[in-house]
Design a protein around this ligand. Structure first.
Ligand SMILES: NC(=O)c1ccc[n+]([C@@H]2O[C@H](COP(=O)([O-])OP(=O)(O)OC[C@H]3O[C@@H](n4cnc5c(N)ncnc54)[C@H](OP(=O)(O)O)[C@@H]3O)[C@@H](O)[C@H]2O)c1
Length: 291
């Protein structure tokens, strides 16, 4: 079989950026797609790609055989943008598609669930990744991380319910296998970390490793939606995010799966190990590296 050429959308993001070196280590040709691509670095070719600019799509797809698909983020009905792109992709020779979705979305979910069906019906070989909430939400540009940095508060509508937080590196490791294993997975993988913990537990762990006062503030769903809207999120999207918290409060994410171990052969990272590695991110300014 010819060497695969993998088009990685969302290549600058949480999972895409971690996927690139894993694919390179397995000898794949890689085309890293971003809206503002930098110069080609090491073994990666880079290409400008914008979901909302179809003029960028043909060059991104040229010669690609495999596709890591991150649909337009913050789009309630992404199918209208993804469907024509996927049809072009398969026509141009893409045979395997790995879609990054979410544990909160199944094929039956209105709106986003249509992407699962689309990939399954369009791609000759497919995998849908359904990860739980990312540990990187605590460190990067996300309301949880912003709250910790601003006031030491993690504000959610999850109550004391638990979540199987997962490291984006573990999701990328599953994605690499789904893309490059000889046999297509042709299934949906629910991906979690090794344990389910509450936001209160996460706050305690971050406080312990960083030396900073961090705590969880539980609010109701409407209050969270209001806060997200005030922070600049579009009203509909804020309501959707707050609704996901409400589902968590009712136990939707209180589970763990063996997917990472089963697919990659190594155990997923724990929240405590993740937090210890990132403690400098949360340390008070002036406390370099944290405690
Ligand atoms: N965060 C979580 O807890 C979580 C949990 C489960 C599932 N997910 C899913 O994971 C996916 C990624 O979420 P994330 O928060 O981790 O984001 P991310 O992958 O870190 O960032 C989004 C990526 O999409 C790219 N992008 C944004 N707008 C684009 C556009 N118009 N055209 C082309 N590329 C565009 C960005 O690249 P540039 O800006 O560089 O172009 C960036 O690489 C989402 O579908 C989300 O639903 C997230």
């Amino acid at each position: 079989m010819a060497e695969p050429t993998v088009l990685v959308t969302g290549a600058t993001g949480n999972t895409g950026s971690r996927l690139l070196p894993l694919l390179a280590a397995r000898g794949a040709r890689i085309r890293a797609a971003a809206r503002r691509p930098g110069p080609a670095a090491g073994p990666y070719e880079t290409v400008r790609f914008d979901w909302r600019d179809p003029a960028t799509h043909a060059a991104a797809l040229r010669g690609a055989t495999h596709l890591y698909l991150i649909a337009p983020v913050a789009e309630a009905e992404p199918v209208s943008l993804v469907e024509p792109f996927l049809a072009d992709a398969v026509r141009e020779g893409v045979r395997r598609v790995v879609l990054l979705s979410s544990s909160a979305v199944s094929a039956e979910t209105p709106g986003l669930g249509a992407l699962h069906r689309l990939v399954q019906e369009t791609a000759p070989e497919w995998t849908v990744l359904r990860p739980s909430w990312f540990m990187q939400n605590f460190t990067r540009d996300h309301p949880v991380a912003q709250g910790i940095r601003a006031t030491g508060e993690i504000v959610t509508a999850t109550g004391d319910a638990r979540v199987g937080f997962v490291d984006a590196g573990d999701i990328a490791a599953v994605a690499a296998r789904a893309l490059l294993d000889e046999r297509p997975h042709d299934t949906a993988h629910i991906i979690t970390g090794p344990e389910a913990i509450g936001y209160g537990d996460a706050a305690r762990i971050i406080a312990e490793v960083s030396g900073r006062a961090v705590h969880h503030v539980a609010v109701d769903t409407a209050a969270l939606a209001g806060r997200l809207t005030d922070a600049g999120y579009p009203k509909e999207f804020a309501a959707m995010l707050a609704g996901l918290d409400e589902n968590i409060r009712h136990g939707a994410e209180d589970r763990t799966t063996d997917t990472v171990l089963r697919v990659t052969g190594r155990a997923p990272r724990s929240f405590r190990d993740f937090a210890a590695e990132h403690r400098a991110v949360w340390a008070w300014p002036g406390l370099s590296g944290g405690s």
